[in-house]
Design a protein around this ligand. Sequence first.
Ligand SMILES: [Zn+2]
Length: 512
Amino acid sequence: MSYARVLCVGLVGVEGHLVEVEADLSPGLPAVVLTGLPDTALHEARDRVRAAVVNSGQSWPNRRITVNLLPATVPKHGSAFDVAIACALLAGAGELPLAPLEGVVVLGELGLDGAVRPIRGVLPMVAAAARAGIGRVIVPLGNAREATVVPGVTVRGVDSLHRLVAYVRGEDHLPEPAPAPPPPPAGGPDLADVAGQELGRYALEVAAAGGHHLALIGPPGAGKTMLAERLPSLLPELDDTSALEVTALQSIAGVLPPDGGLVRRPPFQAPHHSASLAALVGGGSGLARPGALSLAHRGVLFLDEAPEFANATLQALRQPLESGRVRLARARGNTEYPARVQVVLAANPCPCANPAGDQFCVCNATARRRYLAKLSGPLLDRIDIQIRIQPLSAAQLMTTAAPAESSAVVAARVAEARAAAAERWSKAGWRVNAEVPGPYLRRPPWRLAARDTAALRAGLDRGALSARGFDRILRLAWSIADLDGRGRPTGSDVHEAAQLRIGEAHDQRDQT
Ligand SMILES: [Zn+2]
């Protein structure tokens, strides 16, 4: 036989597509021709595969070899096709029986010495194979545990082409990988560590309940980072679909721990303000890597010292925050990654950021205004909760004797509130209050009683509140009511919601 076909998977963004690797060997001048939209890394597969085959003790077929990847319409990136190509051409040369590879997806990169190396993105590739009805996969040993996360697929891990050849010939067996360990219990920083900060803690709880973006404005040392880091501990575990998405993104980014199973906790990403655009939204050559924005998918993106981020960077967040997806334009077609995140933004009130507080600020009024105004277009417009927090005074620190509530206690309330909201909006398809458009909340049957919104409407008439600010307060009022187990916000919920909208940033935006 001089023709063989082996299955593999190509990734476009986070989507896997089944790819058939065909090898045809014909008489003629020895050469290897690769067709079917391969990229540069894949072109180099010719050399890697040849060296790996020879160094695995196999003879290289000295014929004209055509390797074709189907369908040609799917762009193919990187080195994940190496092992499938080696298998196809060895089978085409009659060195390997084809039957054992029938209906098996083969993934992995080859080293020149014939080692099968781990690759990025195994999880979404195996998931795609499963969706296509493939029940068996062979993956690099280093990725085997990750692959077992996908239900209904038999996984074999292999560390060298030599062993793979022996396995296909029935001369050796590949052990079944140990299943991925159960996800670790919720760890990480706990809200019990945050002393005082009543408003900050409450804002965090409401943000968690309603899925609201949150801005914390205050001097250094006020505890903005401490609060932000604890938001994931208040969020519910990821459901199956979200967990697969989040784990797949970490797999593609190459940040999944080697023995890691399914990621069940909402992720937390805190890119530094000097981070490049690619690090933040994704990029790089070949298969574009997800950036912090996508690695925070279904979790929290924390932008500390947000006004220090480059303008272009802040602008680049705008579209993804709207759509929940990042689109990366590539020469060979666009790549898309999911990016549905909850943003927590922290900012000093002014450029001098005097830790002793505002009374020692040396900035003039214009500088203060400009500093936060930088955020207003791209970000603050979407942020429902904007509060100012202050460091605890020594006296406060000494008098806050009562132990603070733990994350677990607050998370239980958040879970109930979220369940109520999900039930209420289920027909419309929203999961959390933050997703509900303002006009919807101003119409029956969701419109609140006139007396409960009287103060807000007065503020609107006075010009002290913008229409958008009005809608934000309504959304927050629903989250507050959900947390308290009320089916509908009362006047005092609306009042409390308005408390979560004070602060310089809000005043500025609403007055412009
Ligand atoms: Zn200042």
